[in-house]
Design a protein around this ligand. Structure first.
Ligand SMILES: Cc1ncc(COP(=O)(O)O)c(C=O)c1O
Length: 405
């Protein structure tokens, strides 16, 4: 009853769309629908239409929509303390920091609200490390096709061809090399370099996975040169690729790791973690009004606790295998030219560059799916996705592909 009342839109879809067009800044093409409710792996729009969700808030709602554990924890916390002050300690912040440092190989954590902000913190920490430990080294080497966020510095770090000429002048100090090319990375590292920053899976680029040998080579290179290895695990962290943290697949440890997306189960939250040896910030170097505010900390604590209790990283691995098997069966009919990914971050390349048309047709048929490139479809459902829901996705997608291709 309460949910029905809450999800009842106050105006018709067409009125809402018109009002949105008048007052929202135009930054992205959105389909003509308005979402009002989410439960488990489904979303409902204002007309009551249901969608199976294989986007999950862009790999964010790892426990599904409005999971009871998260709703309970946020309710409880909202009643006692939403925001004290970034300059004061609060209990959930201490408990959550202890949980994250206990679960990972890192020693200290700084909390932020978005992935880009966590990466900004990592960049600042690396530059400070360069300033005090590496004779003023400040350059960070990143990779082509990487994605690190949309602040000006993170757009400068990101290796998207199309962004190279945007918002000039960019933040200086980034050198870009091809992904999975150890020789190029070795050549790019100089006395000016303080860190290498990299994703284990380039998700936004279309799901390209770093080789094990490459990542081990990068770790060795950083050790040889005394520079920092920053892993951007904003998309790969919290079980998405079948382990709690992606680096566990590689037998290496980062000096700095950034986390976001799944960490808050949908609540805006991110974190930058570092080894003690890299923690060179002094008071005043880093901060922010919303750092470690109690409501976000309660959301993160509940999300990660639930993720561990339900063994979701392992389930993501198993469900990922199932998804891949089903996609292989589909490939016999549709001839995918490539299948990539790990756990529940997977992609297929279609034989024609019609992924956006396929995604649009799927949406009309009640399935939300992402097309990050003209020929690529990406699958990143909640880690709670069931085999039945994967089968349902395959049914809708196959129908859409038959019509479009
Ligand atoms: C690897 C990676 N880093 C950083 C970001 C930026 O995160 P946010 O959009 O929360 O700022 C993203 C978002 O897609 C990402 O995938």
């Amino acid at each position: 009853m309460a949910i029905a009342a809450l999800s009842q839109p106050s105006a018709s879809t067409s009125d809402l769309l018109r009002e949105g067009e008048q007052s929202l800044m135009f930054t992205v093409n959105r389909p003509d629908l308005v979402m009002v409710r989410g439960k488990g792996n489904y979303l409902w729009d204002a007309d009551g239409k249901r969608y199976l969700d294989f986007i999950a808030g862009w790999a964010v709602t790892c426990l599904g929509h409005s999971p009871p554990a998260l709703v309970r924890a946020m309710n409880r916390q909202a009643k006692v303390l939403i925001n004290a002050s970034p300059a004061l300690l609060n209990e959930p912040m201490i408990r959550f920091a202890k949980l994250l440092t206990g679960l990972s190989c890192l020693d200290k954590v700084f909390f932020t609200s978005s992935g880009a902000e966590a990466n900004e913190g990592a960049l600042k920490l690396a530059r400070k490390y360069g300033a005090v430990k590496l004779n003023g080294a400040y350059e960070v080497v990143t990779t082509w096709n990487s994605f690190h966020g949309r602040t000006l510095a993170m757009m400068s770090a990101t290796g998207k061809e199309a962004w190279e000429s945007l918002f000039e002048p960019k933040v200086p100090g980034f050198v870009k090399v091809p992904f999975n090319d150890l020789k190029a990375m070795r050549q790019a590292v100089t006395d000016k370099t303080c860190a290498i920053m990299i994703e284990l899976v380039q998700g936004e680029a279309g799901v390209f996975t770093a080789d094990k040998k490459y990542m081990r080579g990068l770790r060795e290179l950083c050790d040889e040169r005394g520079i920092l290895l920053i892993l951007d695990e904003i998309q790969t962290g919290f079980g998405r690729i079948g382990k709690l943290f992606g680096y566990e697949h590689y037998g290496i440890e980062p000096d700095i790791m950034t986390l976001g997306k799944g960490i808050g189960g949908g609540f805006p939250l991110s974190a930058m973690l570092a080894k003690d040896a890299a923690c060179v910030f002094e008071p005043g170097d880093q901060g922010g009004t919303y750092t470690a505010q109690p409501l976000a900390m309660a959301a993160g604590l509940a999300t990660v606790t639930e993720l561990i209790a339900k063994k979701l990283p392992r389930k993501a691995h198993l469900r990922g295998n199932y998804l891949r098997r089903q996609l292989k069966v589909m490939s016999a009919e549709f001839g995918f030219t490539e299948m990539r990914g790990m756990g529940l971050l997977q992609a297929v390349d279609l034989p024609q560059p019609k992924a956006a048309d396929v995604a649009d047709t799927c949406r009309l048929d009640g399935l939300l799916i992402n097309a990050p490139r003209p020929e690529t479809l990406r699958f990143m459902p909640a880690l709670t996705i069931s085999k039945k829901e994967i089968d349902e996705m395959v049914g809708i997608l196959s129908g859409a592909m038959r019509r479009v291709l």
